[in-house]
Design a protein. Sequence first.
Length: 172
Amino acid sequence: MKNFLQMTYLSWEILWPSFKDQLRNTVGDVLDPEATLFSLGVLFSIVVFYWGQFALLYLFCYKWDYFKESKIQGGKHPPSDLVRECVIDMAYRHLALPFVSYGLFLVAFKDRLQFEGTSFTWTEMAIDIIIYQLSFDAYFYWSHRLVHHPLLYSKVHKQHHKFTTPIGKFLA
């Protein structure tokens, strides 16, 4: 395993500069390369950490019906048309995020983030992911409580409560 991690790290060190150069050559005249890279990172994160987690939840909880003895509501499943509506809504929102992040990068992060000369270790990356997950969990909890405030509930959050049966990631 250690050899694999070292090989992956070396591959990353070799491939990263050539990837950045290729990106600059491809979009450099039209788009800002660093903002494009930032947006691609946002898109990658959405696909892996949101849709990937959802796919696993779907497979384990609904398709293969693992954990059925742990389900609070037994064998109940949400209506498929409501799930489909929610999936389409989330997909549209997530497709917009890379474009929003591109503009956000140009306005807020352009001079603050560096893409040159920084490398990471697997330990640093694992620590960063743990810190992110803990931070996100705290943020999500408090923001969810906020949208239950009477001024926000009917305008922002009521759609969430159309579901009477949990469906994991889409309850957010």
